[in-house]
Design a protein. Structure first.
Length: 170
């Protein structure tokens, strides 16, 4: 049987669309999260603060979302001295977050595996009202981070959409 060639750009776009849909459902407002034009590349070319990351979010949403769907990612790789490609992905999320004065949120997917979220430990403590299971506490460049399942993040932050909506009405 011949292996099918996978179009990485299509795979990434499909993953970003699915993440936007999951967050829109969590937020309770259809299409409140959407795939960014050019998936982040557009914002890099145009040097715009309006479209950081891979997902367009509601204005008061505190995070910039960077999505990566790659089979090369191994969870155990986070404990290596050179934790590539995670380090590169995290730095990309941090650049967009710094530029827009938001917080980085890295979402990682692989085929037939649960979707993961990587975030600063301090943001985890601040935003998650229900403390879910943590897959890993680790450091990248002396920054304490946590990794957890996307579904646990959404359950742990279930009051966040109401807080954001209240802020947007002000």
């Amino acid at each position: 049987m011949k292996n099918k060639k996978v179009n990485g750009k299509q795979k990434g776009a499909s993953f970003e669309l699915s993440i936007a849909k999951v967050f829109s459902e969590w937020y309770g407002c259809e299409n409140s999260f959407a795939r960014s034009p050019g998936s982040g590349a557009w914002s890099n070319i145009h040097d715009s603060n309006k479209v950081p990351g891979d997902i367009v979010t509601p204005e008061k949403f505190p995070f910039v979302i960077e999505c990566k769907k790659q089979e090369v990612f191994e969870l155990y790789g986070i404990f290596k001295e050179d934790a590539r490609p995670l380090l590169d992905w995290w730095e990309q999320a941090c650049r967009d977050a710094t530029r827009t004065e938001k917080l980085p949120l890295l979402i990682i997917g692989r085929n037939r595996q649960p979707t993961l979220i990587c975030m600063y430990e301090r943001d985890f403590v601040y935003f998650l009202t229900k403390k879910p299971n943590i897959l890993a506490f680790f450091q990248l460049k002396n920054q304490p981070l946590v990794m957890l399942l996307l579904e646990d993040f959404l359950l742990g932050t279930n009051s966040l959409p109401n807080i954001i909506k209240e802020k947007e009405q002000r």
